[in-house]
Ligand binder design. Structure first.
Ligand SMILES: [Fe+2]
Length: 307
């Protein structure tokens, strides 16, 4: 895996210079590279940045991870009772604007996807990531691939676009080898389910073969979603994996942007404060090299469809 640095002067009106460039960048993302923009293509006003940086890590006002749901234009994750209504309104407007700018940029930049994605949440992360006291499965400083407990993707891939909006500090990540390598490292030979099993059985078999515990009950979750959720938990809980897998540190400077398929690239956030992010669920049919997707990798291992 690699960090692919893209400067804005490589773009023409915010878009790749040629269709080949666009396709290549999609392919790099899908195979587990990170696309890095030293200078963010997303505009922020000085006033908006000052407002975001003014949000302190207290329990008394705007706090924790604040989510913006673009499809219903709602903000959540803040303490509505103690937050100042004017601040809430301001944050709502900033998040709405951010989400719209990222969508507009990626509609051009990732043109081969033809916007075949489901727009997921945006989030604002005002807390210092170093030494956060969180339950193990919610810790950001342990390497993991992303899966959402309440929002199964049904095979769509999780693409996240980040901005470090801290005035001076880097956002410090560690990443590891992409999904294809990681899953094979832990997958035993007997992973393939028996021929003729149902897709549900195939998924259960797969999870059992990996020793990933009991099924997490959810009628809306496909075997693929079940596996991805268990794999997220398994990686965080696996000391052997955390201490012995390859670790590649990246420090994203203040003012930069980066994007990555976080269901493919194991990642951890070690330090940093003030990040903002928009998530996309990219449909399988939009991918330029679907064979590298976690869904296809797992289906090949399982020998059965998983969605
Ligand atoms: Fe994550």
């Amino acid at each position: 895996m690699a960090l692919v640095t893209i400067s804005l002067d490589q773009l023409v009106d915010g878009k790749p210079a040629t269709p080949e460039h666009a396709r290549n960048w999609c392919a790099r993302l899908e195979s587990g590279d990170i696309l890095f923009f030293p200078q963010s293509p997303i505009p922020f006003t000085a006033d908006d940045l000052a407002f975001l940086r003014g949000q302190q890590q207290t329990d008394s006002s705007l706090h924790k991870n604040i989510a913006y749901k673009p499809n219903i234009d709602k903000l959540s994750g803040l303490d509505a009772k103690s937050a100042n209504p004017a601040d809430v309104e301001r944050l709502h407007a900033i998040m709405r604007g951010y989400s719209q700018h990222v969508v507009s940029f990626l509609t051009g930049f990732l043109a081969p996807y033809r916007a075949q994605w489901r727009l997921d949440y945006a989030s604002f992360r005002p807390l210092e990531e170093q030494n956060r006291d969180l339950p193990l499965r919610r810790r950001n400083d342990l390497l993991h691939t992303d899966a959402f407990p309440t929002r199964p993707t049904h095979g769509a891939r999780i693409l996240r676009f980040f901005n470090n909006v801290h005035p001076t500090r880097t956002r410090d990540w560690v990443v590891s080898d992409p999904f294809a390598q990681t899953v094979r490292q832990f997958a035993p030979a007997q992973i393939a389910p028996h021929p003729g099993t149902t897709t549900t059985r195939a998924g259960k078999s797969l999870a059992r073969a990996l020793g990933l515990g009991k099924a997490i009950p959810s009628i809306k979750r496909t075997p693929y979603d079940d596996f991805m959720m268990r794999f997220h938990n398994f990686l965080k809980e696996n000391e052997q994996y955390q201490s012995h897998t390859a670790r590649y540190p990246w420090q994203f400077p203040a003012g930069s942007s980066w994007m990555v398929y976080t269901d493919t690239v194991p990642h951890a956030v070690l330090a940093g404060q003030y990040a903002i992010e928009q998530t996309f669920l990219v449909e399988p049919q939009a991918l330029v090299q679907p064979e590298t997707s976690p869904l296809r990798i797992l289906e090949r291992l399982a020998g059965a469809p998983l969605i």
